[in-house]
Design a protein around this ligand. Structure first.
Ligand code: CA
Ligand code: CA
Length: 162
């Protein structure tokens, strides 16, 4: 049995740099943690009507039993005279995947909600860190009512996970 002596070196060493997992890795970890490795973001592994990728964003449980996540879905704030608010939960793990909101006045044409766009009547996006608890932010996407065509406004949450 050999004893290993501590190694001393005068050579410069690289400081420890935290490595942020790549986007796919954060989602892959979510799948692995929930026993659905390889299922994919578009699949709805627990059949609650919410795809795994959206469960990842809102902090839902994507695998059964008793994993209905409908109570975590985005909500609508419809009391402001100028804006309709789309409010969603966003986990820190999913923030790097840049989940986004789209709006439209029919169910075929969608516009990405981007802060400051359009310039005349811009969309406003507010974020409250850890609003829903540690690691889950609240994101409020405020769509100006004047952007509604024919008094109709649809909104949806999306995330692109390869
Ligand atoms: Ca689901
Ligand atoms: Ca679920």
């Amino acid at each position: 049995m050999a004893l290993l002596a501590p190694v001393h070196s005068d050579e410069p060493t690289t400081p420890n740099i935290p490595i942020h997992p790549r986007i796919e890795d954060a989602y892959a970890t979510f799948e692995a943690d929930n026993g659905i490795t390889g299922a994919g973001a578009d699949a709805d592994s627990d059949g609650d009507g919410i795809p795994n990728g959206i469960e990842f964003v809102i902090g839902g449980d994507p695998s059964g039993p008793d994993s209905d996540s409908n109570h975590l879905l985005p909500t609508i704030g419809d009391t402001d005279p100028l804006y309709v608010d789309f409010i969603f939960r966003r986990t820190d793990d999913s923030a790097a995947s840049d989940p986004f909101v789209q709006y439209g006045s029919n169910l075929t044409g969608w516009t990405n909600a981007e802060p400051g766009v359009p310039t005349e009547t811009p969309v406003v996006i507010d974020e409250t860190n850890d609003h829903f608890g540690t690691g889950i932010d609240q994101v409020t996407v405020r769509i100006p009512r004047v952007l509604a065509d024919g008094q109709k406004l649809f909104m949806r949450l999306r995330v692109n996970i390869p």
